[in-house]
Design a protein around this ligand. Structure first.
Ligand SMILES: NC(=O)C1=CN([C@@H]2O[C@H](COP(=O)(O)OP(=O)(O)OC[C@H]3O[C@@H](n4cnc5c(N)ncnc54)[C@H](OP(=O)(O)O)[C@@H]3O)[C@@H](O)[C@H]2O)C=CC1
Ligand SMILES: N[C@@H](CC=O)C(=O)O
Length: 433
């Protein structure tokens, strides 16, 4: 039976995501009411710039006083799509204290302070849902938290940032320049308010921390995640990847150690073979592989950024928390979290593609190979290319077998000491084989 008192929703933020949430709440009001068992209404919309033109948004709902809005006694649910740490954190904790449940898309905040936010929600008998914080529209948080709760997840690997995938895809397929591709991603609403978060890997690292925490039932924060962005990736890396039958992607990789005693989480560009399913993930799409003991390998794929896809995830959470409100309960509690140590990047084992600028003379190859051998890093292939400009230098591309990151770093340090090595043009990990 439909309850008649509408559930009141405070929307914090009306930008790329918030404006789509407001639009769908209005256009799909009847469907949402039917799914929840009660009508849902917007109580107010908090923004920073009240005079901005917002098509289809009722002007009387707009306020600049977000704090006053979350304190309102009639507000049942707060949707936080402002982003950033503050004032989002204070607004969310105040919402809990006033009895509201919270839906957020804010990965930066959840990755930094998820444990404290969950504790605050529990203290006040409220829900905290954030499906939209990881991989846009793709259902990932709930499948990991609920559907796979009885299994043992060992690895989560994927593309979790739409902006960087869009940039790499454009650079690879249409030869677009980095800045041009970033501008396009920003115009399409994929990038964060400060796109540094995307291109330097902070956004993907936040998502990796959230995924690792939920998948391995342990506390992982963004500070535990090894992070490299894509600003160092050159057109020459992309061309070299192509020659190897690979493409370059910014990957998030979370792994449980074989003995189960520790975990690792990292975000960095990597070469993956064109035959790997992640290689065909185009534009701002995301895809995540989850490997577990019983289920085996699962792949989640879909739009990873943009107003409408993200609003879909926010509204799914809205329906879930509203149903709980109607039933006067809260959603599944937090997992019993352990505190597995997060191992340093030096212990991660993978393959590497190293591009060296060397003197174009005999004996160089042997010298370089000796350095690799001395550091216990085994070479898989070497390719040497003379340069057409005849400057006496050549490019040497070495692809290694699997080696520890620390061993690779000391190898590179020693290579830099060789007179015949004029420079290390790039180092990239090779994944997915
Ligand atoms: N864009 C995307 O594809 C995705 C975004 N997200 C996350 O969703 C959240 C929102 O992102 P997005 O919509 O792109 O961001 P936008 O920058 O487009 O929108 C932010 C909104 O918050 C408002 N705002 C900012 N500060 C305040 C404040 N102090 N008080 C009240 N309102 C404020 C802004 O007001 P005003 O309009 O006046 O400037 C704006 O409406 C972020 O956490 C982001 O990481 C998650 C998945 C995908
Ligand atoms: N900036 C993010 C938005 C979604 O989380 C991205 O590009 O993936």
């Amino acid at each position: 039976m439909m309850r008649t008192r509408p559930l009141k929703v405070a929307l914090l933020g009306c930008g790329v995501v918030g404006s789509e949430v407001a639009r769908i709440m209005t256009t799909h009001a009847d469907d949402l009411a039917a799914r929840i068992g009660a009508p849902v209404e917007l109580a107010g919309i908090a923004v920073r710039r009240p005079d901005r033109v917002r098509e289809g948004i009722p002007a009387e709902l707009i306020t600049t006083d977000a704090m006053e809005l979350v304190k309102r006694e009639d507000v049942d649910v707060v949707i936080e799509v402002i982003g950033g740490i503050e004032p989002a954190r204070e607004l969310i904790t105040t919402a809990f204290a006033h009895g509201a449940s919270v839906v957020s898309a804010n990965k930066a905040l959840v990755a930094a302070d998820g444990a404290a936010l969950h504790a605050a929600a529990e203290r006040h008998g409220a829900d905290l849902y954030y499906e939209a914080a990881v991989a846009g529209a793709i259902p990932l948080v709930r499948p990991l938290r609920e559907s796979l709760a009885g299994d043992k997840v060992n690895r989560v690997l994927g593309i979790v940032n739409g902006t960087t995938n869009f940039i790499l895809d454009k650079m690879d397929t249409s030869g677009a320049g980095y800045s041009e591709a970033l501008d396009e991603a920003t115009a399409l609403g994929y990038a964060e308010a400060d796109p540094t978060a995307d291109v330097e890997g902070f956004d993907a690292a936040a998502k990796a921390a959230i995924l690792a925490g939920i998948a391995f039932h342990t506390r992982v924060t963004i500070d535990d995640v090894h992070r490299e962005g894509l600003t160092e990736v050159t057109a020459s890396d992309i061309a070299s990847a192509k020659r190897m039958g690979c493409t370059v992607k910014l990957l998030a990789i979370c792994e449980r150690a074989a003995d189960g005693a520790s975990v690792t989480a990292r975000v960095h560009p990597a070469m993956i073979p064109l035959s790997h399913p992640l290689a065909s993930v185009r534009e701002a799409y995301n895809a995540v592989f989850v490997e577990s003991d019983a289920a085996g390998q699962l792949m989640f794929y879909g739009p990873g950024a943009g107003g409408s896809p993200t609003a879909s995830a926010v509204l799914g959470d809205l329906v879930a928390v509203c149903r709980n409100k109607v039933a006067d309960t809260t959603g599944p509690g937090e997992s019993a979290y352990t505190r597995l140590p997060v191992s340093p990047m030096g212990e991660v084992v993978t393959r590497y593609h190293i591009s060296l600028d060397v003197a174009d003379k005999s004996g160089v190859l042997a010298q370089v190979a000796t350095v690799f051998a001395e550091h216990g890093v085994s070479i898989d292939t070497v390719r040497q290319q003379g340069r057409p400009d005849g400057d006496g230098e050549a490019s040497l591309v070495v692809v290694t077998h699997r080696a520890a990151d620390a061993a690779l770093s000391s190898t590179v340090e020693a290579l830099r000491e060789l007179d015949t090595v004029r420079g290390v043009a790039s180092i990239m990990r090779v994944e997915g084989e």
